[in-house]
Each structure stands twice: as structure tokens, then as C-alpha cells.
Design a binder for this molecule. Structure first.
Ligand SMILES: CCCCC/C=C/C(=O)SCCNC(=O)CCNC(=O)[C@H](O)C(C)(C)COP(=O)(O)OP(=O)(O)OC[C@H]1O[C@@H](n2cnc3c(N)ncnc32)[C@H](O)[C@@H]1OP(=O)(O)O
Ligand code: FAD
Length: 643
């Protein structure tokens, strides 16, 4: 199962080696993090990042190994933006010459970059950005300027204190004419003494949600006061500005300017399974250790994992972790394919890839953030302790619902793709993830054939149900949209239904990828049969949760919906004996989990007790403030009525 989770034996070996390397090196200790003040926390992160870079070079780690190493260090820091956004932005949007100049510097970290797109006033609406890049023909330069307070760049990771360079998105202006938003490579700091270059105001935007997690990152604010950069620092694969100030667009679509976001959204989907599996591992292990009620004849009480209600909350999350792992793997292959095509100037699959990355980013991050919080509740009161590992994990994870495309905004992008697909149905056969929309007649006419709970244990029945639900919701939206004279007005008016239809479409993708996964590449029949159980749990849980959609579209009868729920209960009993094996297969080390409740050895109570004594408040019996503020109250002897 470890191999099935990792994707291959080789992939397992790489991640396992890196997990052990990090776990066994005292530099990467992280239990004490929540006790550190912001400055210490930040410095500690810089120290770890520098040490990691040394390891990567000394041990000659491959790119894949370096990624896993950074993942297991488990602290957001400037290198995330450098590797995940700055480098890919140059790769995707730079010309050959620009790549030749900038990539070697970035890849050896002689410069450190960030991605400065969002501003105080605009994040989702990229076309609304206000920073200007005005071409000066006399000097062959762009003048970068922040004309308003709301044009201040706001949020870019690593920008406040570390990055030496940034890809800055700004409105291109030539001779007073606006040519849309473009990316520019801008140096922010001196490479000698790290001080901000003249004309730049740089700082940190302040503490974020949770203490020890995202505050390891220096999210920054940046303002320009007429800062000049050479013309050849505009990223010019999509559009070019000549020395004479002529603006030209190549035959590369404008959407490529958004390409870095497609790349990162794909990695965010893969990361969702890592975060959810971590929470599920903690909650499952603890649910086996924790006992409440049900003692008979003085025997042990019931393990809380044996309560059906606990199973009905926990096992769908376990199944979702696997579903997200497989859909992340699938999305990666889709992305690798589109990347190769883009390099060869084939843009045909970009719209579908954009819809998949945007929609699956929204689906997986929303479910993971909710899932981590559910795992915290599944651990009862102890889940609220920092030492459970869950509060910090939640605080670290939850911004994924907002960054790289706010989730609702992303679902509306999927809706645009689906509406366009439906309106083209007469003359363009849909392909890939939208192919089912080409079979609308049977999907709209045929109803579910399930008659017994057993009938739900059939991938074809499940797939057809999810296809019919999505098709009926999408087509229904298309029909209602057609009644509006102004399509944009109609889109805005129906946006709630459109987001629901997009979710149905994305859930269909996750369910069908899980089913496809079972048809190949599973090492061993036992593993395959166990994964089948999880696949059914995932699909039938979604069906139960969204039964309103399935019933309202008329595909299912209430009886069939309740048979699905009956089957789901039976499936939980099949998951139970393997629950621990399923979570052990994630191969998460204790160091990575950083959780007393999720310890591999199950030694929860003694370690919880021990962890409590490490709190600084327990350094002495009488702490600072007691003499000054508590003792006087005790000694005042005021009469209550006089207060
Ligand atoms: C290591 C991880 C650390 C993470 C740290 C976080 C970093 C960040 O958050 S960086 C900042 C991320 N910011 C965002 O994600 C902003 C979200 N907004 C957008 O992506 C876009 O502005 C938009 C998609 C919401 C809207 O764009 P707009 O310019 O208004 O365009 P239209 O809606 O008119 O779309 C035009 C056309 O282009 C298609 N399209 C949009 N995005 C993409 C894309 N990424 N790739 C390919 N195609 C894209 C869109 O579907 C339209 O297509 P048609 O309908 O066919 O015209
Ligand atoms: C931890 C973190 C790290 C980040 N790192 C970076 C970084 O490195 N670089 C960078 O450039 N940016 C970064 N960002 C910024 C991030 O990309 C934006 O915050 C994100 O894209 C959301 O945009 P917004 O803040 O403008 O949200 P808004 O769009 O203002 O969202 C507010 C609400 O409005 C709704 N809404 C907005 N538009 C629509 C619409 N058209 N229809 C319906 N509802 C709508 C949204 O659903 C949401 O509920 C980071 C953010 C965070 C939290």
C-alpha cells in the first residue's frame, strides 16, 4: 500500500529517504517552534533553509529529492516562492535569451526571487492591478510606479526581508496607451548588503493566523517610486516591446501570462493529499488509543474508532486523502503533457488544463481545510492542544483556500469552461474530462438501475450516477443561461448554480480517476481490494452528502439514495480492520506529524503529560505577574458589595 500511495517503488524510496534524512537531523527539530517569538521564529527558518541548501549541494540531491527535503522540513519560507513561482515564471514566460540569462542565476540561488502579483486593492482580479510599467523610449527603460495606496504589492512570500528579485505584474503603458498586465523582472535588493534599492519601500505585512506556521514566511509589501529597469526585463514570450516602443503580440495566447498559476495550482492539488493524510493519520491513530464508555464486566472501554458515528466522520476523510493523492498524480501527468505542448507552441489543451487545475485546486483545498478541522474535533478536547499537531496544521493549511486563486473564483472559471463546452456541443465534440457532455442524450434520459445496496458496489453504476448528475446540472445551467439576453448578466445571476455544477463536474473527475487507478498500476490483489473499498466509500459518501443534487436532477429515487447510504455503513465495517494499515501506508514519520496524539507507538498519555511540562509557564511554580497582579487582589480584603 505504501507503494500504491507513493505512486511507484522508486517514488516511495525517494520520499522515504528524504523523510528520514530530515527526521534524524537535529537542525530540523520543530516541536519548540510554537514557543518562539516572531523574530526568533523567522531567524530559525532562515537557518534551516540555509542548511537545507547546503545539504542539497553537498549530497548532490536531485530536483525530486530536494523537493521532498523541503517538504519534510515543513516550514513555509522564501524558497517556496523562489522554486515554485519565480523560476517557473521565467521558464514559462521568458524568451530564450531571458531564460539563458536569468535561469542559471536563479537555479544556483545567486539571486532569490518571489512572485509579486497581488496588491492591497486587487488579488483575484488580475486585470485590475494598478502598478504601472511605463516605457521610456529615451532611455530604453520601464519606469515602475505605485500610483495609489491600493497599488502597493501585498502578500508576496519572501519579499519582505529576503528576496533579491521579483516577477512584478504591472500595467504596461506605452505613449499613454494601456496594453494589459505583464510580468517584469525587478531587482529589489543589493546583492552586496541586502539593502532595498533606491525608490523601493519594502516591509512585512504583519502576523498571520496561527502562531508558528505561516509566520515563518515574510509576506511583504512593496511600493515603487519611479523605479527604472531595462526594457529587456519585461518577460517577452507572450508580447514584446521594441526599442522603438512598438508593442507586438506573438501567436502565443495571452493566457500564458497566467501559466505560473496553472503550474502552482497543480502542485497545490498534490499537496492537499499530504496535508489531509497527515490529519487523518493523527485522528485515526488517536481514535484507536482513545477509549470512552462501554466497559463490560470491568473490561476495557470501547475504542472510539469503533463508534459508527466516529467512522462516518473519519473514514470518508481517509478515503478522500487517497482520492486526492490519485487525482494529484493524474493532474501532474496532465500538466507535464500540457507543458511539453506549450513549449512546442501547441495550446489546444490549455483551456481544459486550466479548468482542471482551477477546479481541483478549489475542491481539494476546501475539503482538506474542512477535513483537518474535523480531525481536530475527532480527537475531542486534546485535539485543541498545539501538541496534537492539528491546530498548527490547520493554520498552515487554511490559506490554500484563498491563495493561488480564491476557491469560488476558481469554480467560476470551471463554470466558464463548461458553459463554453455546452454551447459548442452542436459542432465540437467535447474531449477529455468533458467527454461525458458529448453523451448528454442517454445521461439525461436514463435513470439509475440500482435495486439493492449490493448494486452500488459497481464502478459503472457509480460513474454513471456522477456523470448524470454533473451533466444534468451543467445542461440545466446552460438552458437557463440561454434565456438571458446578456450572457454576462446571466452568468452573474446564475453563479450560485454554476459553482454547484462545477463542483459536481470536479467530483466526477476525482471519482473517475480513483476508479481508473484501480484498473491499473496497483501492486497486489490485497492492496487492490482494500483500495476498492476506499474508492466506494469516497464515491458513496459524496453521493450521500450531495444526495439533494442526485434527487433534484431526477437521476436517483429516494430509495436508491438510501440504499447507497446503507452500503456506506457496511463499507465502514470493511475499512475498520485496516484503518491503521491505511494510515501507516502514508509513511508519515513522527517528526513530520509533530503530534503527540498521532505517535506511531500509540504512547499518547505519558507523552501528553510530558509535553505539558515543557510549556514555559511550567518553568517555575510562581510565574511573572503573580506577585504584582494576583497577590494584591488576595490581600485587599474588599467587601464584595463595595465593588
Ligand atoms: C508554493 C505555494 C505558495 C503559494 C503562495 C501563494 C501565491 C499566490 O497566491 S500568487 C497570486 C495568485 N493569484 C491568483 O491566483 C489570482 C486569481 N485570478 C486569476 O487567476 C485571473 O485573474 C482570473 C482567472 C480569475 C480571471 O482572469 P481575467 O483576466 O479577468 O480573465 P477572464 O476571466 O476574462 O479570462 C480570460 C480567458 O483566460 C482564461 N484563463 C484564465 N486564467 C487562465 C489560466 N491560468 N490559464 C489558462 N487560461 C486562463 C479564462 O478561462 C478565459 O478563457 P475564455 O473564456 O476561453 O476566454
Ligand atoms: C498565505 C498567503 C500567501 C500569499 N502569497 C502570495 C504571493 O506570494 N504572491 C502574490 O502575488 N499573492 C499572494 N497571495 C495573495 C493571494 O493570491 C490572494 O489573496 C488570492 O488570490 C485571493 O485574492 P483576494 O485576496 O483579492 O480575494 P478577493 O477576491 O478579494 O476575495 C474576497 C471575496 O470575494 C469573492 N469574490 C471575488 N471575486 C469574485 C467574483 N468574480 N465572483 C464572486 N465572488 C467573488 C471571493 O469568493 C471571496 O469570498 C497570498 C495570500 C495568502 C493568504
Amino acid at each position: 500500500m505504501k507503494v500504491a500511495w507513493a505512486g511507484s517503488r522508486e517514488a516511495f524510496q525517494v520520499s522515504d529517504r528524504m523523510a528520514k534524512l530530515v527526521a534524524n537531523d537535529p537542525v530540523f527539530e520543530k516541536f519548540s517552534k510554537p514557543m518562539l517569538g516572531r523574530k526568533e521564529l523567522f531567524k530559525n527558518t532562515l537557518r534551516k533553509a540555509a542548511y537545507a541548501w547546503k545539504l542539497i549541494n553537498d549530497l548532490r540531491l536531485t530536483e525530486e529529492e530536494a523537493k521532498w527535503l523541503r517538504h519534510y522540513i515543513d516550514e513555509p519560507n522564501y524558497t517556496d516562492l523562489h522554486w515554485e513561482m519565480f523560476v517557473p515564471a521565467i521558464e514559462g514566460q521568458g524568451t530564450k535569451e531571458q531564460k539563458k540569462k536569468w535561469l542559471p542565476l536563479a537555479q544556483t540561488m545567486q539571486i532569490i526571487g518571489t512572485y509579486a502579483q497581488t496588491e492591497l486593492g486587487h488579488g483575484s482580479n488580475v486585470q485590475g492591478l494598478e502598478t504601472t510599467a511605463t516605457f521610456d523610449r529615451q532611455t530604453d527603460e520601464f519606469v515602475m510606479h505605485s500610483p495609489t495606496l491600493t497599488s502597493s504589492k501585498w502578500w508576496p512570500g519572501g519579499m519582505a526581508k529576503v528576496a533579491t528579485h521579483a516577477i512584478v505584474y504591472a500595467r504596461l503603458i506605452i505613449d499613454g496607451l494601456f496594453h494589459g498586465v505583464h510580468g517584469f523582472i525587478v531587482q529589489l535588493r543589493s546583492l552586496e548588503d541586502h539593502s532595498p534599492l533606491p525608490g523601493l519601500t519594502l516591509g512585512d505585512i504583519g502576523m498571520k493566523f496561527g502562531h508558528g506556521t505561516y509566520n515563518t514566511m515574510d509576506n511583504g509589501v512593496l511600493r515603487f517610486d519611479h523605479v527604472r529597469i531595462p526594457r529587456n526585463q519585461m518577460l517577452m514570450r507572450v508580447s514584446q516591446v521594441t526599442k522603438e516602443g512598438k508593442y507586438a503580440q506573438s501567436d502565443v495566447p495571452r493566457q500564458l501570462l497566467y501559466g505560473t498559476m496553472v503550474s502552482v495550482r497543480q502542485t497545490i492539488v498534490a499537496d492537499a493529499s499530504k496535508a489531509l493524510s497527515r490529519a487523518v493519520c493523527i485522528a485515526t491513530r488517536y481514535s484507536v488509543v482513545r477509549r470512552q464508555f462501554g466497559s463490560r464486566n470491568g473490561g476495557p472501554e470501547t475504542q472510539v474508532i469503533d463508534y459508527k458515528t466516529q467512522q462516518s466522520r473519519l473514514f470518508p476523510l481517509l478515503a478522500s486523502a487517497y482520492a486526492f493523492r490519485f487525482v494529484g498524480e493524474w493532474l501532474k501527468s496532465l500538466y507535464i503533457d500540457v507543458k511539453q505542448r506549450l513549449e512546442a507552441n501547441d495550446f489546444s489543451t490549455l483551456p481544459e488544463t486550466h479548468a482542471c487545475t482551477a477546479g481541483l485546486k478549489a475542491l481539494t483545498t476546501a475539503a482538506t481545510a474542512d477535513g483537518i478541522e474535523e480531525c481536530r474535533k475527532l480527537c475531542g478536547g486534546h485535539g485543541y492542544l498545539i501538541s496534537s499537531g492539528l491546530p498548527e496544521l490547520f493554520a498552515f493549511y487554511v490559506p490554500a483556500c484563498s491563495y493561488e486563486g480564491e476557491n469560488v473564483v476558481m469554480m467560476l472559471q470551471v463554470a466558464r469552461f463548461l458553459v463554453k463546452t455546452v454551447s459548442n456541443l452542436g459542432y465540437k465534440q467535447p474531449v477529455g474530462t468533458a467527454a461525458y457532455l458529448g453523451r448528454v442524450t442517454p445521461l439525461l434520459q436514463n435513470n439509475c438501475a440500482v435495486q439493492t445496496a449490493e448494486d452500488w458496489l459497481n464502478p459503472d453504476a457509480i460513474l454513471e450516477a456522477f456523470e448524470a448528475r454533473a451533466a444534468r446540472m451543467v445542461i440545466g445551467c446552460g438552458e437557463r443561461l440561454a434565456m438571458f439576453e446578456n450572457p454576462e448578466e446571466g452568468f452573474a445571476e446564475l453563479s450560485i448554480d454554476l459553482v454547484e455544477a462545477s463542483l459536481a463536474h470536479c467530483q466526477l473527475i476525482t471519482v473517475s480517476v480513483f476508479i481508473q487507478k484501480l484498473n491499473h498500476e496497483i501492486p497486489g490483489n490485497g492492496v487492490k481490494r482494500s483500495l476498492e473499498v476506499l474508492c466506494y466509500v469516497y464515491a458513496l459518501f459524496l453521493l450521500h452528502k450531495h444526495q439533494g443534487d442526485f434527487l433534484a436532477t431526477g437521476y436517483l429515487t429516494p430509495k436508491q439514495a438510501s440504499l447507497a447510504n446503507e452500503q456506506l455503513r457496511t463499507l465502514y465495517s470493511k475499512v475498520r480492520p485496516n484503518a491503521i494499515a491505511f494510515v501507516d501506508s502514508f509513511n508519515h514519520m513522527d517528526h513530520y506529524l509533530c503530534s503527540v496524539l498521532g505517535r506511531y507507538d500509540g504512547n499518547v498519555y505519558p507523552k501528553l503529560y510530558e509535553a505539558a511540562w515543557k510549556d514555559p509557564l511550567n518553568d517555575s511554580d510562581i510565574v511573572d505577574g503573580i506577585q504584582q497582579y494576583v497577590q494584591p487582589i488576595l490581600k485587599q480584603k474588599l467587601h464584595y458589595a463595595k465593588l
